[in-house]
Design a protein around this ligand. Structure first.
Ligand SMILES: [Zn+2]
Length: 149
């Protein structure tokens, strides 16, 4: 899943779940749940392959994706520290994946990478049209904004 829906889902959870600790745990776990359905994503192949000079475009996409999520939280939420922390935790698993590419000898990061990879692989062979892959993510964004307001 793109980062914007993950960020907004985390923020929405923090808005609706009243226990802050429980909200943060749920925001983190929401990442794995939202990675389960088949979805359309942009390529970050250059980052994965450590082609750092070519990965400027990949990092730009990631930056724009995160910026859009933060902008939408800023526009629609109460802008509390908890909401932004939950949004951060909701994309942390993908951040850990990036760290695994850089620090590939760390065993804990590697274990997490395998788990995250397996979750994503569950839906990879289920081919869906790009329309549904994007539509599902737009629906997550719309639902999250509904709960944020
Ligand atoms: Zn992920």
């Amino acid at each position: 899943m793109l980062l914007t829906p993950h960020i907004l889902a985390g923020a929405a959870i923090a808005t609706k779940v009243h226990n802050p600790v429980f909200a943060l745990i749920l925001a983190f776990l929401s990442h794995y749940f939202l990675d389960l359905p088949p979805q359309t994503e942009y390529s970050v192949e250059n980052i994965k392959e450590k082609r750092w000079r070519k990965s400027v475009l990949d990092f730009s996409k990631v930056f724009m994706d995160i910026s859009l999520g933060v902008l939408l939280i800023f526009s629609f939420s109460e802008n509390t520290f908890l909401i932004y922390t939950a949004a951060f935790l909701a994309i942390l698993p993908d951040g850990l994946t990036l760290l695994t590419i850089i620090f590939h000898k760390n065993k804990v990061l590697k274990m997490h990478w395998r788990f995250h990879r397996k979750l994503n692989a569950l839906s990879e062979n289920k081919k869906i049209s790009p329309f549904w892959g994007i539509f599902s993510q737009i629906m997550v964004i719309v639902a999250a904004i509904y709960f944020l307001i």
